[in-house]
Design a binder for this molecule. Structure first.
Ligand SMILES: [Zn+2]
Length: 110
């Protein structure tokens, strides 16, 4: 994949990877705290940086069937959550293109 350079975010509150503190998202792009990930509570974000997307995969969740791609930290390769590629239920369409980050895998970097 070649060399990845990391982007740095600016703002009041920045969430980073708990493994290596790479910047991932700001509080301004957070949509909801009321999500559940693989390891407990998770947050939904409009935008996340410095992640690599895996292969799309169909998964059935409590809110119905979705196509998602796992997302990995560009630096330490930790699986941080996933991106919603497609939602089959009309009521879940708002999640398409948005990102889930697991709360336990985030640290405040600022
Ligand atoms: Zn990391």
């Amino acid at each position: 994949m070649g060399m990845c350079y990391r982007r740095y975010l600016a703002g009041e509150r920045i969430y980073g990877c708990s493994g290596c503190k790479t910047h991932l998202a700001t509080i301004h792009s957070m949509i909801s705290r009321a999500f559940t990930g693989q390891h407990g509570r998770a947050y939904l974000f409009e935008n996340v940086v410095n992640v690599v997307e895996g292969e799309p995969d169909d998964r059935t969740m409590t809110t119905g069937a979705h196509t998602v791609s796992d997302i990995y930290c560009v630096k330490c390769n930790t699986t941080l959550g996933w991106k919603y590629i497609h939602a089959y239920e009309q009521s879940q369409k708002y999640k398409e293109g948005k990102f889930i980050l697991e709360r336990n895998l985030l640290v405040d970097v600022q």
